[in-house]
Design a protein around this ligand. Sequence first.
Ligand SMILES: [Zn+2]
Length: 40
Amino acid sequence: MTFYGQLDSINDDFIIGDCGMIYVFVCFECLETKSVLQSY
Ligand SMILES: [Zn+2]
């Protein structure tokens, strides 16, 4: 799996899990994706 990107809580309109972060991984061979939520 390759690290693809991350989503964070940049503004008040889009807050994930109380200012958490979502890390997105993708496998380019089978196009499987995996998202990991990390909250603080
Ligand atoms: Zn794969």
